[in-house]
Design a protein around this ligand. Structure first.
Ligand code: BDR
Ligand code: CA
Length: 308
């Protein structure tokens, strides 16, 4: 089968790094470009991290462009899940030799999409600033977006309520609103589902057994990331962003529920919350496929295969 053309918009971030790794190494993916955005760290840092990851992966042929420096309508509040550098605990990353694209990330995205022969899948794994801006600035490229599979949101479920907000949406809720209200084909892979895809001892063992140079580096990253997570949330490291990438390639990894989703931009304790109207109380058409369940074992098999 022909590989799926994908663009990743990211803010690396350990889990963003694993998403880039899988996208580069999976034969099912044709990674045609990468853009960076502020989020886990300032833009300068997420971009430097991205270039170093691409260098490590030998993915220097994939063009990378830097996007927005701040969210659309508010100052940047940095993420805390990856340490101040956005990629703490990664001593082996080489200095990049590849050059950053000269264009701004949003213009670069528009150009790549316009030049694409067929519609492309967008996988945003950071705040949605670049994608929101893209849709505002270049509405014509909508026709070239096959679908958007994004890591973002946290959806209420009866048995569990982790937190009302998730970082990528909280960081730029205005951009998130533009994206979910765009009428495009949107899948949201939210925190309530990504927190089921945890790296803990059994996964460390499986990755350790692969024994390649790359898998050893990944093991170190993930051990660091797991420790950070456990300290903050009491559970292992959630592979949020790689799950979104995997779902972009194999939608059967998750179950979804269609809903009309809105972004809370006025709440005090729920600011940035993703509110899904599953019962259609508002009588609005569904705008998002909300991930509701995941086959974590199958996801990890995909990860291990990409490391072999
Ligand atoms: C999201 O926030 C970031 O820390 C991760 O990279 C992921 O994209 C999870 O809330
Ligand atoms: Ca991210």
């Amino acid at each position: 089968m022909k590989p799926t053309k994908v663009i990743i918009d990211c803010d690396p971030g350990h889990d963003d790094a694993i998403a880039l790794l899988m996208a580069h190494r999976m034969p099912e993916v044709d990674l045609i470009g990468v853009t960076t955005v502020c989020g886990n760290a300032p833009l300068e840092r997420t971009t430097a991290n991205c270039l170093r990851i691409m260098e490590l992966l030998g993915a220097t042929g994939v063009p990378v462009a830097a996007g927005c420096v701040t969210p659309l309508g508010r100052p940047l509040v940095l993420g805390t899940a990856d340490g101040p550098s956005g990629l703490d605990g990664s001593p082996y990353l080489p200095e990049p030799t590849m050059e950053l694209q000269k264009e701004h990330g949003v213009d670069f995205l528009a150009r790549l999409l316009r030049e694409a022969e067929e519609p492309v899948v967008l996988v945003p794994t950071g705040p949605l600033t670049n994608i929101g801006m893209l849709l505002l600035k270049y509405p014509d490229v909508r026709a070239k977006i096959a679908r958007i599979v994004l890591m973002g949101g946290a959806f209420y479920r009866r048995d569990e309520y982790i937190t009302p907000t998730e970082f990528n949406i909280f960081c730029d809720p205005e951009a998130a609103a533009i994206v979910v209200e765009s009428g495009l084909d949107i899948t949201m892979v939210g925190l309530d589902v990504t927190m089921k895809v945890l790296v803990e001892e059994p996964q460390f063992e499986a990755i350790g057994a692969i024994g390649t140079d790359l898998s050893k580096i990944v093991l170190d990253w993930l051990r660091y990331y797991e420790k950070l997570h456990r300290g903050q949330m009491g559970v292992g490291g959630a592979l949020h962003d790689p799950l979104a990438l995997a779902v972009a390639i194999d939608p059967t990894l998750i179950e979804t529920r269609n809903a009309f989703v809105q972004i809370d931009r006025t709440g005090t304790h729920t600011f940035g919350a993703t509110v899904a109207d599953y019962w259609n109380l508002e009588g609005q058409p569904d705008n998002v496929k909300v991930a509701s369940k995941v086959d974590a074992d199958r996801f990890f098999e995909m990860l291990y295969t990409s490391l072999r």
